[in-house]
Design a protein around this ligand. Structure first.
Ligand code: GSH
Length: 108
C-alpha cells in the first residue's frame, strides 16, 4: 500500500493516535516522552505508531500533516499538534475533554 494511504488509514481507524519516537513506556525522545505521559495521564485508550520503526512514515507524515516534527497527536482524524500544544491544552483542561469525547464517540 502507498505510504500516504497507510497513514490515512491509521488516522481514520484510530480515534486517538500518537505518532512518536519509541513507545509510551520506552520513549526515545523528550518531546515524545512528554506527549505520551500527558496523554496517559488523561486515562483514555490511545494507539501509537513508533516512527523510528517506520522510517517511511517519519519521512512522509510531516508533508501530509503540514507539521514538521514528532510527536503528533491525531484525534478523530484531525491533527491536534505536538507536545507543546498538548501541554497547553492539558493545562486548560481541554485535552482531557477532547480525549474523553473521542473515547465516547468510539464506544458509541
Ligand atoms: N515543538 C515541538 C518540538 C518537537 C521536535 O522538535 N521534534 C524533533 C525532535 S524529536 C523532530 O521531530 N525532528 C524531526 C525528526 O526527527 O524526524 C513539540 O513540542 O512537539
Amino acid at each position: 500500500m502507498d505510504i500516504i494511504e497507510t497513514i490515512k488509514e491509521q488516522i481514520a481507524v484510530n480515534p486517538v493516535l500518537l505518532y512518536m519516537k519509541g513507545s509510551p513506556n520506552a520513549p526515545q525522545c523528550g518531546f515524545s516522552a512528554r506527549a505520551a505521559q500527558i496523554i496517559m495521564s488523561c486515562g483514555e485508550k490511545f494507539a501509537y505508531v513508533d516512527i523510528l520503526q517506520n522510517p517511511e512514515i517519519r519521512a512522509n507524515l510531516p508533508k501530509y500533516a503540514n507539521w514538521p516534527t514528532f510527536p503528533q497527536l491525531w484525534v478523530g482524524g484531525e491533527l491536534v499538534g505536538g507536545s507543546d500544544i498538548l501541554i497547553e491544552l492539558y493545562e486548560k483542561g481541554e485535552l482531557q475533554e477532547l480525549l474523553k469525547s473521542a473515547a465516547a464517540k468510539a464506544d458509541a
